[in-house]
Design a protein around this ligand. Structure first.
Ligand SMILES: [Zn+2]
Length: 431
């Protein structure tokens, strides 16, 4: 069994699939029954085995284990014999038992990089009343629902499935940077040809066709232009037929130079939706929200709390996370706004996400926040994949921290097993 724990240790830093649930328990004894029921499906109760092993060793030298030590315990880890998965159970007193009925709750965590879905099915078969999220997460979610009931600036846009899907096209780094360059160089309409020379258009005909043929990204119009005097096209129409009929009416003659040289020019402009999504950084907020949604369904995007705009809020591994996104340089004002929002919402971790390097002054301010009650971090990445990975890494680190804390938390284990902390350490030694 030593191998299993080495394997679990190796999971640190790898994307972990952690799924949390809770179920009501009428009495603490039922916790042991719950653990036994799940173990029957072929999982090894790590703590149970450790207790048994210690009891047997003591018996061999003529001693009896203290009653409390052999008791039910408040934590159990059920590990897969083959594979990297485990089910972690924890008994929690229900402080709100008046309203909820049962006096105790069991938190059930399923974790694995490869087999979480399979373990979840197993738990669902064994536990009748299974509610989503740990007990404390469920209560945090209730609190957030009350606090985060006001829409932020991007809420209607990001909550519209079709528009959101279009924003996701901007996760393509090459497309996004090409469009940003177009917008940076000049606004408004342009002939297609000069745009085609921009990366990523120049080196990829297929992408070129897909992009310019996509009316959501490029709004297209047909203008009347003169091949001879090269006057800027000033009349443009959404349909080609209208432009052609006007050219025909004047017999292709240019009013400026008199030459018989009028033609139809195709003009393209980045549609307003994409201009906004790029210039206001909506794509980044959408990306961070999607990355977070890969770990938890308890998330809120574009909410408002007092004067604070909250880009992305999430609850995961019993903690509240707040992501403040900026597609550009983060200055002191951005940091202070994030600090104010983080304090208002009383989050555990506030993460600033930026697509540029972090100015020295901003780094200094962030460093000075280190001693406070919450963790401040900064993610500075340019590519969508790197941003997504960094966001999920923050959440994964917290999941591991949570698991360590849950297993090592003397305070909770000691209440039923007087040597619970030692039992935990013995469990580690024995497997
Ligand atoms: Zn002309």
């Amino acid at each position: 069994m030593r191998g299993r724990f080495q394997k679990q240790a190796a999971l640190v830093g790898v994307g972990m699939d952690l799924r949390s649930f809770h179920t009501p328990l009428e009495a603490p004894e039922h916790f042991r029954h719950l653990a036994t029921a799940i173990a029957e499906a072929g999982l090894a109760p790590v703590f149970g085995q450790a207790r048994q092993s210690v009891t047997e060793k003591l018996r061999m030298v003529g001693l009896t284990a203290p009653a409390a030590f052999a008791g039910s315990g408040e934590v159990e880890v059920l590990a897969q014999a083959e594979g990297d998965g485990a089910v972690m159970l924890r008994l929690v007193p229900n402080a709100q038992s008046d309203s909820d009925g049962s006096a105790f709750v069991a938190d059930i965590r399923v974790l694995s990089t490869t087999a979480a879905a399979q373990l979840e099915d197993l738990v669902r078969q064994k536990v009748l009343t299974l509610s989503a999220h740990s007990w404390s997460e469920a209560r945090l979610i209730d609190r957030m629902r009350v606090n985060l009931n006001e829409d932020g600036a991007d809420a209607s846009l990001l909550n519209d499935p079709e528009r959101r899907q279009r924003i996701r096209e901007l996760y393509d780094d090459r497309l996004r940077s090409a469009l940003a360059r177009l917008l940076g160089a000049a606004r408004g309409e342009r002939a297609r040809e000069p745009m085609e020379w921009l990366r990523p258009f120049a080196d990829d005909a297929e992408t070129r066709q897909a992009l310019f043929g996509n009316p959501a990204i490029f709004a297209q119009r047909y203008a009347i232009a003169c091949r001879s005097c090269e006057t800027q096209p000033h009349l443009a129409f959404p349909d080609r037929g209208r432009a052609e009929s006007i050219v025909d009416e004047v017999g292709r003659t240019c009013v400026n130079c008199g030459e018989n040289a009028l033609e139809i020019a195709e003009l393209y402009r980045v549609s307003d939706e994409y201009v906004k999504a790029i210039q206001q950084g909506t794509w980044l907020r959408s990306l961070v929200a999607d990355a977070v949604a890969g770990r938890t369904d308890a998330t809120w995007t574009s909410r408002k709390l007092g004067r604070s705009e909250l880009d992305v809020v999430a609850i995961y591994a019993d903690e509240v996370f707040f992501f403040a996104c900026k597609d550009g340089s983060i200055g002191p004002a951005d940091v202070y706004a994030a600090v104010r929002a983080a304090e208002q919402l009383d989050v555990d971790e506030a993460i600033l996400v930026t697509t540029t390097d972090v100015p020295r002054r901003t780094q200094e301010i962030l460093a000075s926040l280190g001693a406070g009650p919450r963790i401040y971090r900064i993610i500075s990445e340019q590519s969508s994949q790197a941003i997504r990975d960094a966001v999920q890494r923050v959440l994964d680190e917290s999941a591991w921290k949570y698991l360590d804390r849950s297993l090592a938390d003397e305070g909770t284990i000691v209440t039923t097993t007087t040597r619970g902390g030692a039992a935990h350490r013995l469990a580690r030694l024995n497997v």
